[in-house]
Write a protein that binds this ligand. Structure first.
Ligand code: PLP
Length: 413
């Protein structure tokens, strides 16, 4: 297909004829740009900064491979993601294994191969004690995920609270062949203020628990990505830039360790998912029918909110409508709710769209790269195709449309 990135109704119609009535579009060049810009913002201030890309946010293998090629780490939270990292060629030494549910087998696999496991609970301390005794000749490294108050009402369920943290630290220090190499935290909040308390508390814990400096401080993910003003306005806090996050986090760690020899300074791990990937994907749907129910205008489309933001009911993502060039279309502005194909009553992709929508129009949703394709359930319809578009190579499939066999392969008939 033509190698233009300028979408038109005709381009979208051609893509529909090949890939189906809804599909994702991925811009991996933008992903690379985001990766480099994010890392540069931190390295300018603290050169020992590293990205561990959060696979769960969007584990399209092409993206995970790009991270590996650019020198990044893989941040995984399940055995499936661990195996994906290995499959695409990531060396286990560049895998950081997080999350609240890790099987004994997967922890063993990661540790014995030199990967880093960040322990989430005392039960995981039990597991590594067992593994350490079974393999006394192998030296293993772990980190501890910390849970503390960052000044928000939410009590996070992840990581070890301070008392359990001290107990874990003492227990592991008694095991000869396991070292606590560093500490980790992650909270879902994205505002700059919460990052101030995150890094302050992590630096406090580093000083309190490590005689020298730890090998790493992992500050987790939770950074906003890039977005247009229409989207920015829908959040109840300022949207910081990459540099603003770096100015807080990297500056504080640089100051804390400024008198230490460069080779002894801890690595700063950052685990962005959303920040790198959110604005690299679009989702394309077609208007299938329109109706008016007691003065409420509804347009039903070939996608669902489960394709774009399964966890949010409040955000209207930026959209653009593409219409076939025809004459004499009534263009009276209406207020329209854009509804999905599922039978869920509140499956709306966009509320109160002001304009006019007609059958056959395409609607392109922006900023759909995070927690979308990976969270789409096989509910009512299998997932749609994902296509990469680049000025150099045109349009290329990176995930084909799923079919009945993909969904029912695991069932017995
Ligand atoms: C441990 C950890 N790291 C990184 C991330 C990525 O966060 P985000 O996609 O908000 O950047 C998450 C998301 O839940 C996480 O749990």
């Amino acid at each position: 297909m033509k190698k233009t990135l300028n979408l038109t109704w005709n381009t979208l119609n051609n893509l529909e004829n090949i890939y189906g009535e809804s599909f994702y579009l991925l811009d991996s060049e933008k992903f690379k740009k985001n990766y480099n810009e994010f890392l540069k913002s931190f390295r300018k201030i603290y050169p020992n900064s590293f990205i561990a890309y959060s696979y769960k946010t969007n584990y399209i293998p092409k993206l995970c491979k790009l991270v590996n090629q650019m020198g990044g780490y893989a941040e995984v939270v399940s055995e499936m993601e661990f195996n994906l990292a290995i499959k695409i060629g990531v060396t286990p030494k560049k895998i950081i294994y997080n999350g609240p549910y890790k099987s004994e087998n997967s922890i063993k696999k990661c540790l014995l191969n030199g990967g880093m496991v960040n322990l989430d609970s005392l039960s995981e301390v039990d597991i590594i004690e067992k593994i350490a005794h079974k393999y006394p000749k192998i030296n293993m490294s772990v980190g501890l995920r910390c849970n503390f108050d960052i000044g928000t009402p939410l009590i996070s369920r992840f990581g070890l609270d301070i008392n359990e943290f001290s107990e874990a630290f003492k227990r592991i220090n008694k095991i000869r062949n396991i070292n606590v190499k560093g500490i980790h935290c992650h909270f879902p909040n994205r505002s700059l203020e919460t990052f101030i308390s995150r890094i302050d508390k992590m630096l406090y814990l580093s000083k309190k628990f490590f005689k020298n400096s730890p090998e790493f401080i992992d500050i987790g993910g939770g950074y906003f990505g890039k977005m247009d003003l229409v989207l920015k306005k829908q959040f109840n806090c300022e949207i910081p830039s990459y540099q603003e996050y770096a100015d807080i986090i990297a500056t504080k760690i640089e100051n804390a360790y400024k008198n230490i020899n460069n080779s002894k300074k801890p690595k700063l791990f950052l685990e962005p998912g959303t920040a790198l990937v959110a604005d690299t994907m679009k989702f394309v749907v077609k208007v299938i029918s329109t109706k008016n129910v007691r003065n409420k205008c509804i347009a039903i489309v070939s996608g669902s909110k489960f394709n774009i933001s399964p966890t949010s009911d409040t955000i209207n993502l930026p959209i653009k409508v593409y219409r076939q060039c025809r004459k004499n279309i009534a263009n009276k502005q209406k207020t329209i709710d854009i509804a999905g194909y599922t039978c869920i009553e509140n499956d709306y992709l966009y509320k109160k769209y002001k304009g006019n929508l007609e059958i056959g129009d395409y609607i392109v949703f922006n900023n759909v790269g995070s927690y979308s394709l990976v969270m789409k359930p096989p509910f009512i319809l299998p997932n749609c195709a994902a296509i990469e578009h680049s000025p150099k190579k045109g349009y290329n499939i990176i995930k084909r449309q799923e079919n009945l066999k993909d969904i029912f392969n695991t069932f017995r008939f």
